[in-house]
Design a protein around this ligand. Structure first.
Ligand code: AMP
Length: 213
């Protein structure tokens, strides 16, 4: 099964992608996580990406298309995968269609996480992330057992620079301008499955489970 999780920053798509990935054994391919790893490793690609990410802008299409094209050829993607945060522009979606077609594969479903902007700012700015294992928490709704410490690996949690209020508003603007046209793109392709993302994580997961039966 090839799935795309599409939604604005803070809509919970990363959290849900991790949960579905664990339950179904399909790897979660997050371009955001891949880019942050490249930054942490100090690669040339990471350095280039950082200047865009710090502002809340998108990194160039060619960079992410290349990353996803390579990653989806790896052995663990044979039985399917979940794309989390990719595609984010129409050219990325078109490139993905081309890559998959050339491999005689296709997207099965695009899950659209629907939620109002007013909910998103609080969600994103309250988010805390583990820089080591990428686990996510929220200062109000998904607290770790010990404040500021990752339950899973014990690392100190951080607030990502791009989850800070100034950057979040730009990320939302970018989402509406460049990513939301994908809703129409995948509706036309007959692939879109909307879910109500303004519910609790368990309720959202239940909707996903029903869709993926
Ligand atoms: P995320 O962790 O998915 O919220 O992504 C964090 C940041 O990484 C985004 O704000 C972008 O700067 C960059 N990024 C992640 N995925 C993409 C993508 N598919 N296209 C362009 N930029 C991306």
């Amino acid at each position: 099964m090839i799935l795309i999780f599409l939604g604005p920053p803070g809509s919970g798509k990363g959290t849900q992608a991790k949960r579905v990935s664990k339950a179904k054994m399909w790897p979660q391919l997050s371009t955001g996580d891949m880019l942050r790893s490249a930054i942490a490793a100090g690669t040339k690609l990471g350095l280039e990406a950082k200047s865009y990410m710090d502002k809340g802008s998108l990194v160039p299409d060619t960079v992410v298309i290349g990353m996803i094209s390579e990653r989806t050829q790896e052995f663990d993607c044979k039985g399917g995968f979940i794309l989390d945060g990719f595609p984010r522009t129409i050219p990325q979606a078109e490139a993905l269609d081309k890559v998959l077609t050339s491999r005689s594969k296709k997207i099965d479903k695009v899950i659209s996480f629907e939620i109002a902007d007013t909910e998103l700012v609080g969600r994103a700015t309250g988010r805390r992330t583990c820089p080591k294992c990428n686990s996510m928490y929220h200062i109000v709704s998904a607290k770790p057992r010990t404040e500021g410490v990752c339950d899973r690996c014990g690392s100190k949690l951080i607030q990502r620079d791009d989850d800070k209020t100034e950057v979040i508003s730009n990320r939302l603007k970018v989402y509406h301008e460049q990513t939301s046209p994908l809703v129409e793109y995948y509706t036309k392709a007959g692939k879109l499955s909307p879910i109500a993302a303004d519910k609790s994580p368990d309720e959202v997961y239940q909707q996903l489970t029903n869709l993926l039966k």
